[in-house]
Design a protein around this ligand. Structure first.
Ligand code: PA5
Length: 484
């Protein structure tokens, strides 16, 4: 059983909904709650209101991510914002040598996915010509790790020295600083260190682009700096939380720096949103996904979710999903005020790699997981495994099969074995690994947590839990400074 969109994207839930897993009866019993969830998400779509949702400051805050796939004059993504992004592309192409994207959480994870899917592992080793004139890309700020920051700085200085000696010119480095709040420790500490070190290097010409909350009445620290220094600015609009921000300038500035097709990405998201306008759970992939996972957790104790794409460049998609699921649904309090923790613990896995590491646990460990596969139906690049060593019959046996077919055989075998062991799984199929289908998938997952928040009666758009460590960290930092 599956829901398949006209594009070929599909959600196959055979191994999650059957007489030995979540049953059709359980799904039918959920109908009143599903109706309420659809009404609530309908209101969110229309005017951005999610019942009970408050900002960090305790004031009502709109939830506007569902507007982002639609490019329109009065929308957060408009022809004007896309033209502004095209300016960034024009400005970096054939001019900037390297972009360092600085950000963490929602200001990093989605960008990493877009980069990995578009560029792959060896982007920075290609020539500028092979990259279509687009710059090399580095990430920073996603940790406060002095060794890696030093390595990045040294690497860029080394490249600058080569540029000076071979090309007789400076290395142009653009720091893309992304922070909605504009003051996040991890991002800003790396920014200041990297900025300072590169600024001191006479072989480097440094530029900054700031992506932050555009509010000018109460500007963020980053916004203030950008205004003072005259840095170009892009927006993380009000109503778009970090984990939903890949569809706004946060993700789209990265897209603009590597030639990722922004319109196709948003078109995929839009097609998914349109497919999810129906209240019929059997036709709405985000709603059905939410309903089945909710029931798997509440009725069958399956409250871990292993996100297991098959393909290396989708591992970061799994990491992006971890934040989306954990921050959206891992809540201690229901909106009714009841203290009753909710949420599925997300787990990053990648096939086939983790079949040789985690699958033992998935297959025989506690019956508390749903394994969510992602498969790509048609890999544009493929190899037939050649019969290079005919004298080794064992190797000859695997010759003749394409790598993509072998990958799918492995995934399907994993799914089958899990099923036979009473384990739950489901599959999202992308017809190809491209911007459009990535937009469909990422948007479906974002909308799905919104639906599930309604089913579980939790606010999927706040994250009060991260304030606890921040309260402790503030005085800790002060103390660390004093000791030094
Ligand atoms: O989802 C979130 O809101 C967080 O993960 C943030 O994205 C993360 O803390 C980074 O915040 P900021 O963009 O304000 O630097």
């Amino acid at each position: 059983m599956s829901i398949t969109l006209p594009s070929g994207f599909s959600f196959d839930y055979d191994n999650l909904c059957n007489e030995n897993a979540v049953t059709a009866e359980e799904l039918a019993e959920l109908a009143p709650k599903l109706k309420e969830a659809c009404e609530a998400i309908g209101v969110m779509r229309k005017n951005g209101v999610i019942r009970g949702h408050l900002s960090k400051d305790g004031t009502p805050e709109k939830v506007l991510f569902s507007q982002l796939p639609y490019i329109a004059d009065d929308h957060l993504n408009s022809e004007a914002t896309l033209a502004h992004l095209a300016e960034l592309t024009d400005s970096v192409r054939n001019r900037v040598d390297a972009v360092v994207s600085l950000g963490i959480g929602g200001s990093y994870l989605g960008n990493r996915v877009l980069f990995d899917v578009k560029c792959g592992e060896f982007w920075n080793s290609k020539t500028a010509e092979e990259r279509g004139g687009m710059p090399e890309i580095y990430f920073s700020g996603q940790n406060i790790d002095p060794r890696r920051t030093r390595d990045l700085i040294n690497h860029l200085k080394h490249k600058a020295a080569i540029s000076r000696s071979h090309r007789k010119r400076e290395l142009t480095v653009l720091l893309l600083v992304i922070s909605k709040s504009g003051g996040t420790l991890d991002t800003m500490s790396n920014f200041m260190v990297v900025y300072d070190e590169l600024k001191k290097c006479q072989d480097i010409s440094i530029e900054v682009v700031a992506v932050t909350d555009p509010n000018t009445e109460k500007p963020t620290l980053l916004k203030k700096l950008a205004m003072e220094q005259g840095w170009p600015q892009y927006s993380v609009p009000d109503g778009v939380g970090g984990r939903f921000s890949v569809f706004c300038d946060v993700g789209l500035t990265m897209a603009a720096c590597v030639g990722f097709d922004i319109r196709q990405f948003l078109a995929g998201a839009r097609a998914m949103d349109e497919a999810c306008l129906t209240d019929d759970v059997m036709k709405n992939p985000a709603l059905l996904n939410a309903a089945l996972k909710y029931l798997a957790g509440e009725k069958h104790g399956r409250d871990l979710e292993v996100m297991m794409p098959y393909g290396d460049y989708l591992k970061s998609l799994s990491e992006w999903y971890i934040q989306l699921l954990a921050e959206s649904l891992g809540k201690g309090e229901r909106r009714s005020g009841e203290q009753s923790p909710y949420g599925r613990t997300p787990i990053v896995a990648v096939g086939t790699t983790d079949m040789h590491a985690q699958t033992q646990q998935h297959q025989e460990g506690k019956l508390n997981k749903v394994v969510q596969f992602i498969r790509v139906a048609d890999w544009e690049e493929d190899y037939v495994v050649p019969d290079v060593f005919p004298s080794a019959p064992k190797l000859s046996e695997i010759a003749g099969v394409t790598m993509s077919a072998a990958l799918e055989v492995a995934r399907a075998a994993n799914a089958q074995a899990l099923k036979e062991g009473g384990r739950y799984s489901a599959v999202y199929t992308l017809p190809k690994l491209n911007e459009y289908h990535l937009g469909e998938l990422m948007y479906m997952l974002a909308l799905s947590v919104a639906y599930e928040g309604e089913l579980a009666d939790v606010d999927a758009f706040n994250q009060p839990g991260v304030e606890a460590y921040k309260r402790i960290m503030g005085p800790g930092l002060k103390a660390a400074k004093e000791i030094k």
